[in-house]
Write a protein that binds this ligand. Structure first.
Ligand SMILES: [Fe+2]
Length: 258
């Protein structure tokens, strides 16, 4: 076993059901690594079924531009590109990706309802909130921005960064819970893309973890975790109408705007 796969194994916890999950399950791992991998809550088959649904319904015709959407648009099934430095969001965070917003109160077009619910429940448990807080509805002015990130083959990426915008927003809005970012891997390196993938800083070094993870894995970051996505298959031509690439799902708490 390589040193890296050994570290990932040490940072992994298997959870059979959400009823068995509590903060204490992962707290020592997060304390040591600012990173944790949870397996068992979403199966590879469930993740694959969702990815297949994304591919089957995929169309670039509904791609909205990088800026200009209404605050209410992302609270519906809504697809947009995120290309450039993202400075309109108050940060300098180069990326090349597509976001497919799919709140749990909208049509379940990607067969993601159960997966998003599990992800949001883990988030709530970690943050010390009620298990079903702000998942199916807006609560205390926040909601679960259930969405899929598509990093297209041909150079999709996200520069390495720490999450700063959302923790600050939540603090300013007197949200009492700790900030955690959770990621559900929907694609499989070696099958859906060949090179690149998710990165995280471990032991002071940026590593590509998807050589050691499986689709269906849930990854946990906190506000101190440096993470990103290395260029996905840069040896291929980027094709806007193609669903090829790397996919992850998020269930972040967003403040309701407007
Ligand atoms: Fe991030």
């Amino acid at each position: 076993m390589s040193e890296l796969s050994h570290i990932i194994a040490e940072a992994t916890v298997r959870v059979e059901s959400i009823e068995d999950f509590c903060l204490e399950t992962v707290a020592p791992i997060l304390k040591q690594w600012d990173f944790c991998r949870i397996t068992g809550l979403v199966t590879e088959e469930q993740a694959k079924q969702s990815l297949d649904a994304v591919a089957a319904t995929f169309s670039d015709i509904v791609d909205h531009p990088v800026t200009g959407e209404a605050a209410s648009d992302v609270m519906t099934n809504f697809q947009k590109m995120s290309i450039g430095r993202a400075r309109h969001g108050g940060v300098d965070r180069p990326r090349f990706m597509r976001t497919l917003y799919n709140p749990v109160w909208c049509d379940d077009i990607y067969k993601m309802r159960d997966n998003f619910t599990a992800l949001a429940q883990v988030r709530n448990i970690l943050s010390g909130m009620p298990r079903d807080f702000a998942i199916a509805r807006v609560e205390d002015d926040v909601w679960t921005a259930a969405r899929i990130h598509h990093f297209p083959s041909g150079g999709g990426f996200m520069v390495d960064h720490k999450d700063t915008v959302l923790p600050k927003m939540l603090k300013e809005n007197d949200f009492s819970g700790e900030y955690y970012q959770l990621l559900l891997l929907l694609s499989q390196k070696g099958e859906d893309f060949e090179t690149g993938g998710g990165t995280v800083e471990l032991n002071g070094e940026m590593i590509e973890y998807e050589d050691y993870t499986l689709r269906g894995d849930i990854l946990v970051y906190n506000g101190s975790t440096v993470h990103g996505v290395n260029d996905i298959d840069p040896h291929l031509r980027y094709v806007q109408s193609s669903p090829a690439g790397r996919y992850s799902a998020l269930a972040t708490l967003f403040k309701k705007l407007g």
